[in-house]
Design a protein around this ligand. Structure first.
Ligand code: ASP
Length: 435
């Protein structure tokens, strides 16, 4: 029997999302900003915190049991090579798409100089915060991200959601250790991890029942924070930077509606409609939380239960993707850096644009899967192409809105690659089969 639409999770989230935006607009026009922050936002915060709480246990249990049940450890390195190649390839494609759009439309050239001066003045203080955060990242050596992957203490790594790569690394090592152990020793340990993983998945489902309430709280909070008791502020911002926002959105849509469906068509039997329908709750959550890290438990659940991706592929490819694969972020960084250069009247040579491709791909690997991380790495790209970093003042006002959209692309990209890898490994069951 067909489930009524209002019982379907993705529709419930869509309704909550729209209700949150409408409520946020009313609240800011009525001056209920503080009341909303005190009484509505905490529900959003609790929801997102619950998702983060479950992320590390989910990655550990599913990765350990996924790897330990692999018949052949060589399969792991083959899968790893393919995954990283696809992640880098799709990100480079995203950056190129962004560059094509921004060079064709040239939104920076049409930015009125008075709007430019206003934006620069309004965001002076915020700019300094981002610059100092970027300079910390900048002082790191080129291979520091590899050194960082190996933690000296597992409990330390597991205590921070920001250290997901370390968690992935330790879980892989433990999984490999288990496959090398004699079956009599391995089985009881595996049974514990399997049982724990099942419990964690059930908890994800429980948390998702709160999704409509959580999404309402998150959206209401985002709108009152952006509008600051004056809803026309959001409209003004969008008017001044409308062309820039449209270029970012056009690029993201091309990546999501052309590149990923093409990948799926070429390498999987999965139709794009089934893919988007199965993934929808994760995409909506990415939109309302602006964090691919917080969305990870749901992305993993949707890929496994609704798209038919096997457990071993889901547990390996998706946590890795949430940390290193950010197609939406890289595309946005490419558009933003050229937009800033255009607005400041600087011409970028072909070599500078090639530098953008390289640095945006690398920067998106180093971008944390949390709200607003992309703009910090943008500072590094601007430095690489010698565009004044103060230029980020121009785009800070609309960053939150674009962050929501680029996070949806980030999550969709991870899921598309997971489907391709699963298909190439013979590990993609029919959709909805819980393979
Ligand atoms: N919010 C993005 C994510 O979590 C990162 C960014 O672009 O700021 O995927």
């Amino acid at each position: 029997m067909k489930t009524a639409w209002y019982r379907q999770l993705h529709w419930q989230i869509v309704v909550a999302l729209i209700a949150g935006v409408v409520y946020g607009m009313i609240a800011s026009s009525q001056g209920w900003g503080q009341w909303t922050r005190d009484w509505i936002s905490p529900f959003g915060t609790i929801f997102i915190t619950l998702l983060k709480l479950i992320a590390v246990p989910l990655v550990i249990t599913s990765l350990v049991s996924g790897v330990a049940s692999l018949s052949d450890v060589r399969k792991l390195s083959r899968m790893g090579g393919k995954t990283i190649a696809l992640y880098l390839g799709t990100t480079a494609l995203a950056v190129t798409l962004g560059l094509l759009w921004v060079n064709a439309v040239q939104p920076g050239k049409s930015l009125p100089s008075e709007t430019r001066a206003e934006l620069e003045a309004a965001h002076q203080e915020d700019v300094q915060g981002r610059q100092s955060a970027a300079s910390e990242v900048h002082q790191r050596g080129p291979l520091d991200f590899l050194t960082d992957m190996v933690p000296e203490n597992f409990l330390g790594a597991a205590s921070s959601n920001g250290a997901m790569l370390q968690v992935v690394c330790v879980s892989l090592i433990l999984g490999v250790g288990l496959t090398m152990s004699p079956p009599t020793k391995r089985q009881p340990v595996l049974a514990v991890f399997d049982g724990l993983m099942e419990a964690v998945i059930q908890i994800v489902h429980l948390i998702m029942r709160l999704a409509p309430l959580g999404v309402f709280g998150l959206m209401a909070n985002t709108i009152v924070t952006l509008a600051k008791d004056d809803p026309s502020r959001v409209m003004d911002l969008l008017k001044g930077l409308g062309a820039y926002c449209l270029v970012v959105v056009a690029g993201l849509l091309c990546q999501m509606l052309i590149v990923y469906p093409l990948l799926l068509r070429l390498w999987t039997p999965l139709g794009w409609k089934t893919f988007f329908k199965g993934l929808a709750p994760a995409q909506l959550l990415a939109f309302s939380t602006s964090s691919s890290g917080a969305t990870l438990p749901v992305t993993m659940d949707r890929c496994r239960k609704h798209l038919g991706v096997s457990e071993e592929v889901t547990s390996f490819v998706l946590p890795l993707g949430a940390t290193i694969n950010m197609d939406g972020t890289a595309l946005y960084q490419a558009v933003a850096s050229v937009f800033i250069a255009q607005a400041l009247g600087l011409d970028l040579t072909l070599a500078a644009q090639a530098t953008i491709v390289l640095t945006a791909v690398l920067a998106s690997i180093g971008t944390a899967a949390v709200p607003g991380a992309g703009i910090i790495m943008l500072v590094i790209i601007l430095e690489a192409i010698q565009v004044p970093t103060e230029g980020i003042a121009l785009i800070l006002g609309v960053d939150r809105i674009l962050d929501m959209m680029r996070t949806v692309t980030n999550v969709t990209g991870d899921a598309a690659v997971a489907c391709v890898i699963a298909s190439s490994e013979g590990a993609l069951g029919p959709p909805g089969s819980d393979a």
